[in-house]
Design a protein around this ligand. Structure first.
Ligand code: GLA
Length: 372
């Protein structure tokens, strides 16, 4: 279906702007972004396209080519209801634009077409938020930068959707490019790119088809545990974030954390931050075996210390780690379902995908999907 033609048929006039925002896969650096640490995501070629046309009145009409329900938002309604539907995300972006000091001066018709599988940990919601922000910024001449669009998307999640997420997903969506790993310092928002040499290694994403629910309390629980860890560590050595502590510092003062669970949460975050920096260096130097080893360690730490994996993700990661031609494999994203990311030798990709899909089908009776 041609989205421009559908826009014209639906709204009676052609779109003025059309913008695309990608989903992301995180190569390493999990649950570090709300602890002031490093992350290493990569933008996907899958994403969300938003078509937009300004309106004379103060209405926002929202239409999706993927979901049956559409929506109308009155810009002047004090607190529009958010009701657990896809339209919450663009509605939340419009509200954060106002909080950010860039309120819309009029209404708009918006149409969306997405290709990121929702609930799979590949940031379909961040792509939806960023695509909305990009299209509105262009249509209304708001001149928002990529970093501002990312912060507006994060604000939409934190304040209006009720997910206390970090900045990684929206930042990777707003500023990432496919096949380039983005090393982002989530404390300073400085970032740099390292191209992935596809002649040597191909990132393959395997979808467990277990839908994660980030809004579920587990994510927010982890955040609270990290805050508890930080305040305990601060009593011995005052640093601004959990990721500001080196593994050596943690080794010597970590005992100050009385709660064993909180201790393991901090151990994951601090070691993961260190792994992320080492992995970025390994990627730059094309040391793919080292990169893969760090991915495997990351998975173990997320499974044992951070406890955000699940049997399906463990099975996929462990099966991949033992397969021929795989540098490394780990769960990616917030956890509790979603996808693994695997770094695979190019000429093994096809056999790897066939092997892992059939092993998964045999073990769980579910058809996993793979994205190359
Ligand atoms: C989700 C959040 C991110 C990040 C990851 C875990 O994707 O939206 O901000 O915290 O989980 O690394």
């Amino acid at each position: 279906m041609d989205p421009v033609r559908t826009f014209l048929q639906t709204f009676g006039a052609p779109p003025e702007v059309m913008r695309f925002a990608p989903g992301r896969v995180n190569l390493i650096g999990e649950h570090t972004d709300y602890n002031g640490g490093y992350v290493l995501p990569c933008a996907l070629s899958m994403g969300v396209t938003c078509l937009c046309r300004r309106r004379e009145d103060r209405k926002l009409r929202l239409y999706s080519l993927d979901f049956p329900d559409d929506g109308i938002i009155e810009l002047d309604a004090s607190e529009p209801e958010l009701g657990g539907r896809w339209t919450d995300y663009p509605a939340a972006v419009v509200r954060s634009l106002a909080v950010f000091g860039a309120p819309l001066t009029g209404g708009a018709d918006l149409m969306f077409k997405g290709s990121v599988p929702p609930g799979s940990g590949l940031s379909s919601s961040a792509a939806l938020e960023v695509a909305t922000g990009m299209a509105l910024s262009d249509a209304f001449g708001l001149g928002l930068s990529g970093s501002e669009l990312a912060r507006i998307g994060q604000l939409a999640e934190n304040r209006f959707i009720g997910v206390n997420c970090g900045i990684m997903d929206q930042f990777a969506s707003a500023l990432g490019t496919p096949y380039n790993a983005m090393l982002l310092n989530t404390q300073t928002l400085e970032y740099s790119f390292t191209p992935i040499d596809l002649s040597r290694a191909v990132p393959v994403i395997v979808n467990s088809m277990v839908k994660h629910s980030l809004a579920s309390s587990a994510y927010n629980d982890r955040r609270r545990e990290c805050e508890a860890a930080l305040s305990a560590l601060k009593s011995r050595l005052d640093k601004p974030t959990l990721c500001a502590y080196t593994p050596e510092e943690f080794e010597s003062i970590g005992g100050v954390i009385a709660d064993e669970t909180v201790y393991r949460r901090a151990r994951h975050v601090i070691s993961e931050n260190d792994r992320t920096l080492k992995a970025a260096e390994a990627l730059r130097e094309n040391r793919l075996n080292d990169f893969g080893r760090l991915m495997n360690l990351s998975h173990a730490s997320l499974r044992d210390d951070y406890e955000v994996s699940c049997p399906e993700l463990d099975f996929l990661a462990e099966t991949a780690q033992n397969a021929e031609g795989v540098f490394g494999a780990r769960m990616t994203g917030g956890g509790f379902g979603g996808c693994t990311v695997n770094l695979v030798e190019p000429d093994r990709v096809e056999s790897f995908v066939g092997m892992i899909r059939s092993a998964y089908l045999k073990r769980f009776g579910v058809e996993a999907k793979a994205y190359i």
